[in-house]
Design a protein. Structure first.
Length: 287
């Protein structure tokens, strides 16, 4: 049974105040006018809470957090449009980047511009801006007239990844891990589909790959059965880096092989198994 919008006001306004720090960190709620105030550029946009009160009044109380969340995102998108793209960004296409993230749950990808990046990761389009940045929503893409986005990976390479550092670090005696990194970057994970360029060729057996955080890739080229000793140590390093990271990505280890395929690996793989990696272990040369 629905209620009157004003009857929901106190609870809904409390929900708005709760979500603003995450969804619109620069915005605030003006309780005198019941408006969300969003500073945008040199201006500010205001949005009355009446719309979201009406929506919540039609829904069960359990649905209110989701309704409020969606409304605050809409308000943010409309504020971008209201003040004008040029004041905020110049050409927004110059600011679009690609960020690789572990596969999102359907509810998390809803409303965002996201495409699959293999079986285990998604590619999320981002606006790289110190104040107005964040994932590109479908609503904002529509408002800003963004349709074909094939240039986003080129932007990411040219503007974020041209100066990544590549170095080898000892992992075990005589065994090095290759580290591809750019401290503070949110986009090194986008190189996950291109690890071959960082491996010595010819790379017939692939490599162990870890992407513990968005600023670092860890690679170990597989050349011999020594990978059996390396794998558990490599897995520990990835896990530890993931747990300590400010911007964590994925905690696990993957085998990069074939046509840009990534296969998740357990921390220990025994040759008795019947899977593809176990078959590889059985035919690898000894050191």
């Amino acid at each position: 049974m629905s209620m009157e919008p004003l009857d929901a006001a106190a609870d809904v306004h409390a929900l708005i105040r709760d979500v603003l720090p995450d969804l619109a960190p620069t915005a605030w709620f003006d309780s005198g006018t019941s408006e969300v105030v969003l500073p945008v550029g040199r201006s500010e946009a205001r949005a009355s809470s009446w719309t979201v009160l009406e929506r919540c009044a039609r829904e069960p109380r359990s649905a209110w957090p989701k309704v409020v969340d969606e409304w605050v995102r809409e308000v943010g998108d409309r504020a971008f449009l209201a003040v004008g793209e040029m004041e905020l960004f110049g050409d927004v296409r110059e600011l679009l980047r690609l960020r690789i993230v572990p596969k999102l749950a359907p509810r998390d990808r809803e409303g965002l511009v996201v495409v699959p990046a293999g079986d285990h990761f998604d590619a999320m389009v981002m606006i790289e801006h110190p104040r107005y940045g964040g994932p590109l929503t479908k609503a904002r893409a529509g408002l800003l007239g963004l349709r074909k986005l094939g240039y986003v990976m080129t932007n990411t390479h040219d503007r974020e990844l041209a100066d990544v550092a590549v170095r080898d670090q000892p992992l075990l005696p005589g065994r090095n891990v290759r580290v591809v990194t750019k401290p503070g970057s949110r986009y090194v994970s986008a190189l996950l589909s291109e690890v071959d360029q960082f491996l010595p060729g010819p790379n017939r057996h692939g490599a162990l790959v870890g992407v513990p955080c968005h600023s670092t890739l860890l690679l170990y080229p597989i050349t011999s059965t020594a990978v059996r000793e390396v794998l558990p140590v490599f897995a520990d390093v990835v896990q530890e880096m993931h747990e300590a990271a400010d911007d964590p990505c994925a905690p696990g280890v993957y085998w990069s092989h074939g046509e840009r395929r990534l296969t998740p690996l357990p921390a220990t793989s025994l040759p008795e198994g019947s899977d593809e990696f176990a078959a590889l272990l059985r035919r690898l040369p000894r050191d």
